[in-house]
Structures are given as C-alpha cells and as structure tokens.
Design a protein around this ligand. Sequence first.
Ligand code: FAD
Length: 504
Amino acid sequence: MNTVWVLGDQLNRHLGALADADPTTDRVLIIESTAKVTSKRWHVQRAHFVIASMRRFADELSAAGFEVDHRRSRSLADGFREHVDEFEPDEVIATEPASWDGLELFRDLGVTTVRSNQFLCHYQDFADWADGRNRLRMEDFYRWQRKRLGYLMDQDGEPVGGRWNFDDENREPPPGDESDPWAAPQTSRLDELDREVLADLDDVAFDNGGELWGTAPDGTWATTRRAALSRLRHFVDEVLPRFGPHEDAMVRRSWHLAHSTLSPYMNIGLLLPGEVCDAVQDAYDDGRVPLNSAEGFIRQVIGWREYVWGVYWLWMPEYRSANVLGADRALPPVFSGAASTEMNCVDHCLSTLHSKAYNHHIQRLMVLGNLAMLHGVDPWAMTTWMWSTFIDGAEWVMLPNVIGMSQWADGGRMATKPYAAGGNYIDTMSDYCGDCRFDRTQRVGDDACPFTTLYWDFLDRHHDRLVSNPRIARQVRAAEQLSDLDAVRSRAAVVRDRLDVGDL
Ligand SMILES: Cc1cc2nc3c(=O)[nH]c(=O)nc-3n(C[C@H](O)[C@H](O)[C@H](O)COP(=O)(O)OP(=O)(O)OC[C@H]3O[C@@H](n4cnc5c(N)ncnc54)[C@H](O)[C@@H]3O)c2cc1C
C-alpha cells in the first residue's frame, strides 16, 4: 500500500494527492508534531483550530473507509520515520506544501509530491506570468486572473459593469452613527473533542517548555468542512451585501464588520478558494449582492491572496531575511501582552486579538504593523509574532504581508511606498481617537500621539532612502521643513524608550 501524507493545512478530500487516493490502495498519515506546538508562543485559538481540525478530518477520512495513521510525534520527521518503520509503505505521496519548510521537509525525507491545487494559480504559473515584467503589479495579475478564471466577466471578455475595480467606493470611513449593521458571525458549540484538544495542548506545552496565550476558544472558528461551508453560506447571504464600503474602517463596536472571516478555512483547506468565489459569483448572478461588494471580495481572493502566494515562492528563501530599513528593535512588550497601553487603537486591536485571534486587514496593516515599522522593530520578529498570533497565520501569507507590505523591509517589491501613517489616518478611518488620552494632532509634548511623533521621525530617519520615491517624496520634504524637527526627534526617542519598557 501507499501512504498519502496530509499536512495540517491540507485538510480537504479534493486536494492534490488525496483527491486521487483510494481506501483500497492508500493509507493516510496525519502527524501532530510536538515540535510545532512548542515552536512558537501560539495563540491558544490558533493551536486549537489546527489540531481540532486535523482530528476531525482524520475522523472523516476513517468514516470514508480510509485507514488513518494519526499519530503524535516529537517532530514531523520523527512521525514520518515511525510510520515508515511500522507500515513499510511502497511509496509516501503528499500534496505540495504551501510554505517553504514543508518543501524542504518532503525533499529531505524523499516524499513524492503531487502538484497542489490549493490555489487557483499555481506558483509556477505565477512565475511564468511574472517572467519578463519589470513590476509585478497586483492589479495586472488580478485582471489576468479575472480573464483566465472568468469571474465577473462579460461574454465579450470585458469586466462586468465596464470597470475592473470598485476600490474608490470601498474606502469609506466608519458610519458616523452608533448602529451596528454587520451580521454577527456564526458560532459552533464546543464538544468533547475540543476539550480533549485543549487539555492535550496544555500538557504538550507544559511538558516541553512551550507557552500558549490568549482567550480559550469560544466557538467562533469552525473546525470541520461542514461548519466552514455553513460559515461561507452565512457570509454570502448575510454579510457580503455589505462587504466593500467600510472595508478599511475600524470601530470598537464590531471586531469583524463586513469582513468574511474566511481566511483561516481557506488557509488550512477546509474551504477552497474556487468554491468561495463561485458562491460569490452565484450571489451576484442572482442579484443578491451589488457589484462593488462581489468585485471587492473576489479581488481579495483571486487577486491579493493568490498574488501573495505567487510572490512568496518567487522570492524565497532570501525573502525571509529582507530588512532594507535596518530595523533591529525588539517587539515592544505591549504586543506580547506583558504591558498595557493607553493608545486606544493599539489597545483595541490587541484586546480583539486576545479574544478572537483575529484583526482585519487595516488593523494589521495600519495600526499594529504601522507601529512596529515606525518604531523600527526587526521585521522577522514582527513576522514571527503575527504568525503565532493570528488564526489564519502561515509562512507563505505572513512573509509578503509583513516583510513586504507592512514593514517595507523588501524596499518596495510588494508596496511602492511604506504604509506609514500618523494619528490623522487612524482618526479618519476609526472611532479610536476621540476619547484617546493622546492627541493625534500633536507631534511633540507628553500628550502627542505616538503614531504622529513616530511618523514624522520615520520620514526624517529614512530621508535619504525615501526622498527619491515619488509616492512619498512630498511627505519627506514636509518633514524636512518642520520647524520643530529637533523637538520631534527628542520626543520620538522618549516614545521609543517608553515603548521598549511598556510604559505608553
Ligand atoms: C501585516 C499583515 C498580516 C497579515 N497576515 C495574514 C495571515 O497571517 N493570514 C492571512 O490569510 N492573511 C493575512 N493578511 C491578509 C489579510 O489581512 C487577511 O487575509 C484578512 O484580514 C483575513 O480576514 P478575512 O477573511 O475576514 O478577510 P476579508 O477582508 O473578508 O478578505 C477576503 C479574503 O481575501 C484574502 N486576502 C485579502 N487580502 C489578502 C492578503 N493581503 N494576503 C492574503 N490573503 C488576502 C483572504 O483570504 C481573505 O479571507 C495579513 C495582512 C497584513 C497587512
């Protein structure tokens, strides 16, 4: 018999090696690795989400007639060797991994890989698309994907509605009133298996010097394909019609707004991106959602998500160590929860992370990522922290988003200019600033908003690198001409010191 080895982010019967597997000729191997559980300070919801999903998937495969060797081992490599010793398979086959470590592991162990269909554009096809282009613009890739895949396209090959992009309708600040028009996410009831997983995680972490943090799971995150499909239907029916206009807004009264919260399921295989986009296309065809919502969402999935996967494979493994701004500070203690903060925006994002292991895109980019970049945090430290903290983390998605987009450590391969912003941006897009102890309009003095101070200081510190960038040169010139630039520099030094000791 052959063995089909399924990794924890490949939990789908229709994926690669498993799609062709047959219970009469193939046995399935699933390994829970202690080394993985203790490799980072995981958010408990993230660790639970992956392990509970793996166990339920193993049960589903058993119910479908497969013999499943679901084992717990010290490491993935150990688990593989133990399996081979015990079962002596003719061949071990796996679906290509989504991230680099998996590729190296499979290579080292001599595992045969089958082309991955976990994304709509395989990274080799992305590399062909990228070949010979000076700039890898996401917008160009997205249009190529739209044409190739046929989403929201007319019969004559033009985009439905005559436009490729409704972004300008999707940048609205939060609604001014206190209403909460966003449907609550579905939840699932925790069961005995969930409790077992949590107890096992505690034991593994305790016995091996690991640590978990965050609020225990509350049923927000589904751990079966069936429940994930139900989340998808709920999103399309109840949430998608509002997706778009307030995509970039941040409000304290809702942790999710009209975001789909579907990324974790796509990232571990419980949902496939094609079926997600098909459901959105169907809803548009039936007149159930407006075009700006359907387009805005499909752009995120066939555009951004696939683009990120493509550039990750194109630029690895060197990409891991990119750090053009020479940022080398440690992550401030407020990120790990070792200190509290009076910055309303940071406090809100971190407390949501604590309770849900989730922040939406703008909170990741313009609050937490922005603060780390302005402060000068080592990009790899930031990557590792986000990876271990978010429910949907994985190396392939973290690196371009953190190293490239949020920390600008790649010098502009992902983003043409750093996503740096002071308190004014946060105030426009959120309800955080009104009653904040800091004043977003001040850049010096005890009450100055740390974002505003660090923003001007960032432009000053990186003057020589950024002044020739037409997309940010105007702001760099403005910083150069500040009458109180020396005071900004002094205040920034104080802010950084206080961030380092968790006193801000
Ligand atoms: C600093 C930073 C870190 C991030 N870390 C992750 C991560 O660990 N895992 C992750 O899946 N996404 C990550 N993202 C991208 C994006 O923020 C999340 O995909 C999104 O917030 C997930 O929530 P959602 O499903 O509600 O998204 P929605 O707003 O509903 O968007 C729909 C879908 O589009 C996809 N998508 C949109 N933008 C991106 C993107 N830039 N990269 C990849 N997919 C995208 C996701 O699959 C998402 O589910 C990160 C972005 C930044 C700036």
